[in-house]
Ligand binder design. Structure first.
Ligand code: BGC
Length: 724
């Protein structure tokens, strides 16, 4: 028996946590369930790594402090609280989702997790599994699109990768935080079955794959109760139905009560200076002493925290600062960016040839770098930003600057050409840009759209008159290529007038190099959209973002302001979700509205064909098909399999049940297999409670996107029910 039996690694994490709890005083237990933002303390503790959150440890028992940092796109440093401490910036979540590649998600997560550990952090506050219900949501770039299977699998893999570094990940924001406008007051209302089949399913899959040590609640209310004191979400769904053993931490400023939150399943108050009071400090202690919160509940909060720390290796291999191999990590980011670029149009101008006489590069600060998204996930580039533009108004101005990673597409393009003259125009002067383009063989217009946490985008249109810039350049040069660096889908009114269109999202630390390699065909584009591009905001479930109003126009600023209380619902501000589980492409399919670019869409420099569909039914669907590379160069294809399920409302719902990402040489054929997670073939029956598959035939369609469906089959499913 050692002096510290909880350090005996032959015991289970639960046994070790229980042994530790026997040693803790009430004050020590309370100190483990709340903590500050260390950067806002007058005297930060010596063992604080200076990230978003800090929870003191208990040194006498060897319990380490929790040093928490954002997040899934790299180790963040939003207000530069760690002076000069840069990190590798991954491409945005939508870019990662565009890869449809679980292994790449794992590698990306492993890289970020290793940097977090290098910097002394043991809790990484990512990833985010919220589904895109609002394409103008300012945080879409942090999330992985609109499908529960795709988002759940990729977030789960990224978490698994990050936690392979003996740190804890925090899956967030649980749940239905689908707009930033009024995020602190909005009540998101939805039917239980629909929620279980969509956003909750994404979280459930991510937890099954990634086993995150922690889950972060959302700011908003869900069906009337704050997400952080929502007994249904926390106690019922997460901890009981899913048997989740880890701890629930609050979002920063998302705790509103002591007793109610504690009893509903909240385990730890984070960033406590942002709450009206420190609810889980002295107030919780008093509530425990008075019996309003049973001691067993406090003990369970602490148990969940300690067992996750032990389970993920934080006790046995504590994070210690060590140097980072930024060069190796940049390669991971570049590989992700290359796989995440989606080619949306190409009339043959791409790939560019090395023999071009002159290329005009225009716009979006392509001479200095590539854009990144704002808010708590903001990574400070290693060696400093390429460009920073202060944000002076709007909800995000407290913690955001428009930041460009110093990976200039212009330099990268020059690096891939030898005898080509590559010239640049900023694009502010449309006539000058058009003149430059006119005299070039090819014009490449970079267009960007900054998105940030805490605000939604006012429209789906490119800001700063960039549509007019593209029109002007396209009028001057028939060979105009547009490269988008946006946080979310945008409208492309000039599409017919340009030769090619690449969606590069926010491409991260080596984004410029990744874009250049795609443009010149050194990399064959393989990205597929994880999110639908609507034709018009009028086609959206909610053409106007509930709660968004615009302040008076301010010179040079297009940022929206948001205002609580615009729509009142029984005294509360609420958003209804009539789309239910039919989010994104499912909604467009159901309402018969074609999109500009559908979910799953993406072009390649080669072509693929599908044949030989075989569908087997029974307990679930097993689908086989042949994929052939019919073109002249090697490429990667992602055939997608959708089931046509009769939803709870009796209407057909098109649901992605799987995909395969295959690399094929020219002429090569591969047979691929997709086995459906049976929950995707079921409807959630709240009365059961559980998943229910009705006996009967179900249609299967295979395609290159949710709209281009080339093979059709069907099979009979046996009736079955499954636990929640
Ligand atoms: C965000 C979280 C983040 C936290 C800590 C909050 O404002 O919603 O995603 O992890 O801040 O920075």
């Amino acid at each position: 028996m050692t002096a510290q039996p909880w350090m005996d690694t032959s015991r289970s994490p639960d046994e070790r946590a229980a042994l530790l709890i026997e040693q803790l005083t009430l004050d020590e237990m309370i100190s483990l369930v709340h903590g500050p933002m260390p950067s806002m303390l007058d005297t930060p503790p010596a063992d604080a790594a200076m990230g978003a959150g800090y929870i003191p440890g208990v040194a006498r028992l060897g319990i380490p402090p929790l040093n928490e940092t954002d997040a899934s796109l790299g180790v963040a440093n939003p207000r530069k609280i760690r002076k000069g401490d840069g990190a590798t910036g991954l491409p945005s979540g939508l870019s990662l989702a565009s890869t449809w590649d679980p292994q790449l998600a794992y590698a990306a997560g492993a890289m970020v997790g290793s940097e977090a550990r290098d910097k002394g952090f043991n809790v990484l506050l990512g990833g985010g599994a919220n589904l895109t219900r609002e394409p103008r949501n300012g945080r879409n770039f942090e999330y992985l699109g609109e499908d529960p299977l795709l988002a759940g699998v990729l977030v789960g893999e990224a978490i698994k990768g990050a936690q392979s570094n003996q740190i804890v990940c925090t899956l967030k924001h649980f749940a239905l935080n689908d707009q930033e406008t009024c995020r602190h007051v909005v009540d998101a209302r939805i039917d239980e079955g629909a929620l279980r089949e969509s956003d909750l399913l994404a979280f459930q899959i991510a937890i099954e794959i990634g086993a995150p040590g922690s889950v972060m609640c959302a700011y908003n209310r869900v069906n009337g109760e704050w997400a952080g004191e929502n007994d249904f979400l926390l106690n019922q769904v997460l901890k009981t139905d899913w048997g989740y053993p880890g701890w629930v931490m609050s979002d920063w400023g998302a705790v509103h009560t002591t007793v109610k939150a504690a009893l509903a399943g909240m385990d730890q108050e984070s960033g406590e200076q942002l709450d009206r009071e420190v609810y889980f400090g002295e107030l919780l202690k008093a509530a425990v002493q008075q019996g309003e919160v049973p001691f067993e509940r406090l003990s369970n909060m602490v148990h969940r925290i300690l067992r996750s720390l032990i389970d993920k290796g934080v006790f046995d291999k504590p994070a210690e600062k060590r140097p980072t191999d930024y060069e190796a990590n940049a390669k991971v980011a570049q590989a992700a960016a290359e796989a995440g670029v989606v080619m949306l149009k190409n009339d043959g101008v791409l790939p560019l040839k090395g023999t071009l006489r002159k290329i005009a590069v225009i716009g979006a600060h392509a001479d200095v770098g590539v854009l990144s998204g704002g808010g708590s996930s903001q990574v400070l580039p290693v060696g400093g930003a390429g460009l920073e533009i202060p944000v002076t108004m709007g909800m995000s101005s407290a913690f955001s600057q428009v930041t460009y990673h110093p990976s200039a597409p212009l330099a990268a393009i020059r690096g891939l050409t030898r005898n080509t003259q590559v010239v640049y125009a900023s694009g502010e002067d449309h006539a000058a840009a058009a003149a430059l383009a006119k005299d070039a063989d090819v014009a490449i217009v970079f267009a960007d759209q900054w998105a940030t946490e805490a605000e939604d985008l006012p429209t789906l249109s490119l800001p700063n008159n960039q549509d007019a810039l593209i029109e002007a350049v396209a009028a001057a040069n028939a060979k105009t290529v547009v490269v988008l660096e946006t946080g979310t889908p945008v409208l492309t009114p000039w599409l017919d007038k340009v030769s090619a269109l690449l969606q590069a999202w926010y491409p991260g630390t080596r984004g410029g190099e990744a874009i250049a390699r795609i443009l010149f065909g050194e990399v064959n584009p393989s990205g597929r959209l994880p999110i639908s591009f609507p034709r018009d905001v009028a086609d959206l479930v909610r053409p106007e973002i509930p709660g968004m109003i615009f302040g008076p126009p301010v010179e040079g600023k297009t940022l929206p302001t948001s205002f609580p209380g615009v729509q009142q619902h029984k005294g509360r501000f609420s958003v209804e979700h009539p789309e239910g589980a039919d989010v994104g492409y499912r909604w467009f399919a159901k309402t018969g509205k074609p999109t500009l670019f559908p979910f799953g869409f993406g072009l390649s420099y080669t072509a693929f064909a599908y044949a030989g569909l075989a569908v087997e039914g029974g307990e679930t669907l097993t689908v086989n098909l042949d994929v052939t590379n019919t073109g002249a160069v090697a490429g990667i294809d992602t055939p997608q399999v959708y089931a046509l399920v009769t939803g709870s409302d009796g209407k057909e719902s098109q649901r992605l049940i799987g995909w395969s990402r295959v690399t094929l040489a020219p002429g090569e054929t591969r047979r691929v297999t997709v086995v459906a997670d049976p929950r995707l073939l079921a409807n959630y029956d709240a009365a059961l409670p559980g998943w229910r598959i009705a006996e009967g035939k179900v249609g299967v369609v295979v395609g290159t996107s949710a709209e281009a469906l080339t093979l059709r089959g069907e099979a009979t499913l046996t009736a079955r029910t499954m636990k929640p």
